[in-house]
Design a protein around this ligand. Structure first.
Ligand code: PGA
Ligand code: ZN
Length: 430
């Protein structure tokens, strides 16, 4: 089934931080239409596609009217008349219009919203939900990785680590997994409430980190898992997004929560202690994007028992995945469509990661909307894990709730196995 693109329309909509972002709607000659919205990161890798923002003083310089005008004046004329189902051709037109890896010409916000809107329109033309359009043979739902406590750039750097998350390990369905996580979220909330005033939530909906040290948050999370009735590390594991690029400078890791500087080896010793003391099953960006030696050392030290996830280090770039695999610098790729700028390039990164034997995590951004593309891509691409923030706030629950609906359409399928690149973590205190 085919249909041709008749119109590509951009518009300014709003994200979960109250910032403007780009929505693109694609219309076909046959009367179909669909849309998608660009998400936005706050702790971004330096090599990822960048959003085109207007600058100046209005809306803090973050307006996207230039990016929207690129959609109308550059992208639309080049795409009108193309078969909407020819995703890779359309994405290569976008690549030709803006060959820079960081999408400086068109803006990654313009390209990703266009590319995703084309994909949604093609699935509408095929009269299929997007996940099924991507893969009618789907038999699992990715295992969720869900934030319980926020931090880093998402919580005014109240603590250094960016995401204190959990991965349900013994849950076998998305429905059960979300129940387990909701119990942990609620219990950790009670622990915070018992310590003092509740200060609300961070950017991705996790509890505001009302703690003064990173370890305190780790301790609270572990206690919360146990108080909620789960075996920490067996039923529910801890997963951290360290986002270390955010606090590394000139080879020094600076934990401001502790007012201390660490050389690489000292920083790795800190991680070693956390890996020993807490039931951690995944650790993202343990070293800075500028510190390949640190990434390799972390993978060598912890890669047999935890997922070592490359986010800023990989930036959803297939060539970087190949290099990092040859170097054993990670064993898992975080895949964010707006880091690459198009659906095709992100899919290639996802495929490359599986080809080199890595696990994959399809991820949303800290600035999100009601757009649920990420849930469909994670299922349709066969990701091992899906990460969209916490289990609160509509822009997050939109994705989890979509996964529940997809599971129902599939007749109830198992969660993907937790990737066996790693064995079970040491029991607590062991
Ligand atoms: P970001 O953070 O969307 O703010 O860049 C998410 C992450 O680092 O995984
Ligand atoms: Zn990250």
């Amino acid at each position: 089934m085919t249909d041709t693109i008749a119109e590509v329309r951009g518009r300014r909509v709003w994200d979960s931080r109250g910032r403007p972002t780009v929505e693109v709607e694609v219309f076909t000659a046959g009367g179909m239409r669909a849309r998608a919205i660009a998400p936005a990161g706050a702790s971004r890798g330096s090599a990822e596609a960048s959003d085109l923002r207007d600058g100046g003083s209005r809306l803090g310089g973050l307006d996207v009217l230039t990016a929207i005008s690129r959609v109308h004046t550059v992208i639309a004329p080049a795409l009108v008349g193309h078969d909407v189902c020819a995703q890779s051709t359309i994405d290569s037109v976008l690549d030709q219009l803006d060959p820079t890896p960081t999408r400086e010409v068109l803006g990654g916000n313009a390209t990703v919203a266009t590319s995703l809107a084309v994909l949604h329109t093609a699935s509408a033309v095929a009269k299929q939900p997007l996940w099924r359009y991507l893969n009618p043979e789907v038999r699992t739902i990715p295992r969720p990785e869900i934030q319980i406590i926020g931090g880093g750039a998402h919580a005014a750097r109240r603590v250094d680590l960016q995401d204190f998350m959990v991965i349900p390990l013994s849950a076998t369905s998305i429905a059960d997994a979300l129940v387990h996580v909701a119990e942990v979220y609620r219990t950790v909330g009670e622990l915070f409430a018992a310590r003092g005033p509740v200060l609300g939530v961070a950017d991705e909906g996790g509890h505001w980190p009302a703690v003064s040290r990173n370890e305190e948050a780790l301790e609270l999370l572990t206690t919360g898992i146990e108080r909620a009735g789960f075996r920490a590390g067996t039923d529910v594991g801890i997963s951290l997004d360290i986002a270390a690029s955010e606090f590394e400078k000139d080879g020094t890791y600076r934990l401001s929560a502790e007012d201390r500087d660490f050389a690489r080896d000292e920083w790795l010793a800190v991680l070693h202690n956390w890996m020993r003391d807490y039931p951690i099953v995944a650790i993202e960006d343990p070293a800075s994007e500028h510190d390949p030696i640190g990434m390799r050392a972390a993978t060598a030290a912890f890669g047999a028992r935890a997922l070592i996830v490359g986010d800023d280090y990989i930036v959803t770039n297939p060539d970087r995945i190949t290099e990092a695999a040859a170097d054993s610098a990670c064993n898992t790729a975080l895949i964010k469509v707006n880091q690459a700028g198009t659906v095709t390039r992100s899919w290639q990164a996802h495929e490359r990661a599986h080809a080199v034997g890595w696990a994959t995590i399809v991820s949303a951004r800290s600035g999100e909307t009601e757009d649920v593309s990420v849930a469909h891509l994670a299922v349709g691409w066969g990701a091992d894990i899906v990460k969209v923030g916490s289990i609160t706030r509509g822009e997050r629950t939109a994705k989890w709730n979509e996964l529940i609906r997809i599971d129902e359409e599939l007749g109830g399928v198992p969660l993907a196995e937790f990737p066996h690149t790693c064995a079970a973590p040491a029991p607590r205190g062991g």
